[in-house]
Design a protein around this ligand. Structure first.
Ligand code: SAM
Length: 165
């Protein structure tokens, strides 16, 4: 499982030892990535069958879209990682789960991805500039891209690395 090049590139923003939340962690490629670098990681997904808890990895099974309460209560993290997942109603809880100065690393598909296949539903595609609009006034943006990528497959993505003010 290879980490996203964006997450790997900006992972150095995350302070050593900071607790990391990997939301919609999937098979846990970024859970493994950060755990392997000495971070305690909390991995959340509705399907946790591929996620192995350990001394440093906490696995939480939760459906994030069925109206259940936010599964992390009032916990705060030094960094939050989200890749290839979008459920807009989560943004307030997601941002509230960052400690002051915490790092947001977010990468997912954007408008224009339809031409390459799925996801193609507007619900699953960021609009032009949407990540920037979401963080404006609340985060300091270190890096942002909205572009076509060819690896691991052709896609239109938006991605951001930002620090909560
Ligand atoms: C495309 S995968 C991305 C996984 C991982 N972030 C990565 O990039 O490797 C999307 C993930 O979102 C999870 N997911 C989709 N709907 C969800 C929901 N309602 N609640 C929790 N997780 C959900 C899926 O189970 C899947 O693991």
């Amino acid at each position: 499982m290879t980490a996203s090049s964006w997450i790997a590139a900006w992972s150095g923003l995350v302070p050593p030892g900071a607790a990391v939340l990997d939301l919609a962690a999937g098979k846990g490629r970024h859970t493994s990535f950060f755990a392997g670098r000495g971070h305690p990681v909390t991995a959340v997904d509705r399907d946790v069958s591929a996620l192995a808890p350990s001394d440093t990895v906490e696995v939480i099974a939760a459906d994030l879209e069925d109206g259940s309460p936010w599964p992390l209560a009032d916990r705060r993290f030094g960094a939050i990682v989200v890749t290839n997942y979008l459920h807009r109603p989560l943004f307030p809880a997601l941002f509230a789960a960052l400690q002051p100065g915490g790092i947001l690393l977010y990468e997912t598909f954007m408008e224009g991805n339809e031409r390459f296949g799925k996801p193609s539903r507007p619900d699953f595609l960021l609009k032009d500039g949407e990540l920037l609009d979401l963080v404006r006034g609340r985060f300091s943006v270190t890096a942002y891209e909205a572009r076509m990528i060819s690896q691991p497959k052709m896609a239109m993505v938006q991605r951001i690395a930002a620090r909560l003010l």
